[in-house]
Design a protein around this ligand. Sequence first.
Ligand SMILES: Nc1nc2c(ncn2[C@@H]2O[C@H](COP(=O)(O)OP(=O)(O)OP(=O)(O)O)[C@@H](O)[C@H]2O)c(=O)[nH]1
Ligand SMILES: [Mg+2]
Length: 382
Amino acid sequence: MGNRKNKKKKKQKELERLKSIERNRRIEESIQKESEKYEQEVKLLILGTGESGKSTFVKQIQIVYKSGFDLAFKNLFKTAIQMNLVLHTKILVMGMEKLDLEFETENESLAKDFLEVEETICKFGSDELKETIKTLWQDPGLKKAFENRSILQVPDTHSYYLDNIDRITKRKYVPTDQDILYCRIPTTGVKVVDFYVNDVPWKIVDVGGQRSERRKWIHQFDDVTMILYVVAMSEYDQDLYEDETVNRMRESLELFKSTSKNEYFEKTDCSILFNKYDIFQEKILKGISLKKCFDDFDGEVDVEVSKDFITKKFSSFAENEHRKVYNYFSCGIDTENIKSVFPHIQDNAAIHLGILFELFFLDSLFFVPYINPIMVFQNSYI
Ligand SMILES: Nc1nc2c(ncn2[C@@H]2O[C@H](COP(=O)(O)OP(=O)(O)OP(=O)(O)O)[C@@H](O)[C@H]2O)c(=O)[nH]1
Ligand SMILES: [Mg+2]
C-alpha cells in the first residue's frame, strides 16, 4: 500500500519535472525568437511632398539618437545657409514687384545693385553685403513681402537667418544645431541613416519629395516595416514649388492616396506626421480658412475644427483591415517635440513586428500599457 503511494508520488514528481522542462524550453525558445527579431532591422521609409519636413525629422534623429552633426556636415550647411540668405532675400526683392510693393526711396538703388549679387559666389569677407541686406530687411516693403512669402515660395525660416545675420556671416561661423534644422536644402536621391534604439537597429530612409524625385521612391519599397508620411499641415493655402497651379495640401492628399493604394504597402502600417503645426496654428488664428484648399469645408476657422477635418481627410484613405494608421502632430524644428513623438513611432513599429505582443504572453502586466492596437489618434504636439 505504502509502496504504491510512493510510486504515485514519484510519478507525479517526474511529471512536474517534465512539465517544468517543457515550460523552460518554451520560454527559451520565445526569448531566442525575440533576440532574432531584435537582429531584424526596423526600416522606416519617410514619404511626403517637397518641403513637408522629412529631412528635418531625420536631422532631429541625428541629434537625439546619434552624435549630432560633424564638422564637415556643419561646413556644408555654412555654405548653404549663407547662399540661401542671399538667394531668398533676392526672391523677396524681386517679388515686391509682383506684389505691387515699393521700397522707400533711399533704398531703391541699393535694392537694384543687390539684385546683381551672384549668390553662388557671394562672400561675406567685407561687411558691405551684410549691411545691404540688413538695410533692406528694415524696409517696410520687404517686411510686407515676407508676410506674403507663401506666394513667393520663400521658406518660413528665412526671417530667422535675417535676424541672425551678424552671427551667420562671420568668417569663422560654425552653424548651430538650430541653424541646421532651419536650413532648407531639397533632397535629391535617397539618404539613409542607421542607428540603434534600445539595442534595436533602425534604418531611416529619407527621399526627395518634389515631383521629379518621386520616381526614385520605388527602389526603396522592399522590406519596409513602417511608413512615416509627413504632411505640412500649414500648407493648405500654398501652391507647389514645382507647379504654381496646384495647391500643396491637395497634392499631398493625392500622393498619400496613391501611396496607400500601392500594392507594396497594402499591409504596411503607417504613421502620419502632421508637421508644421506651429505655422498651421498661426494661420488659423489669423483667420485663414481651410476653404482655400477644401471646397467641402464649411466649419469654423478654428484650430481644433480644422485639425480634425484635415486628419480625417488623410486617415480615411489609409485604413483597412490589414493596416493601422497612427496620427501625430509635430513641430519638426522643435527637438523636444520630436523627442516626445518618436517613442510612439517606435512602439508602433515594435507592435508591427510583433515584438511586444509576444513578450506580452511572457509578462502580461509589464507590457499592457504599450499594447494599444487602436492607437489611431494621438495628439502629441499640444
Ligand atoms: N516652422 C516650421 N518649419 C519647419 C517644420 N518642419 C520643417 N520645417 C522647415 O521646413 C523646411 C523644409 O524642410 P525639409 O525637411 O527640407 O523638407 P523635406 O520634406 O525634406 O523636403 P524635400 O527634401 O524637398 O522633399 C526647412 O526649412 C525646415 O526648417 C516645422 O514643424 N515648423
Ligand atoms: Mg528632404
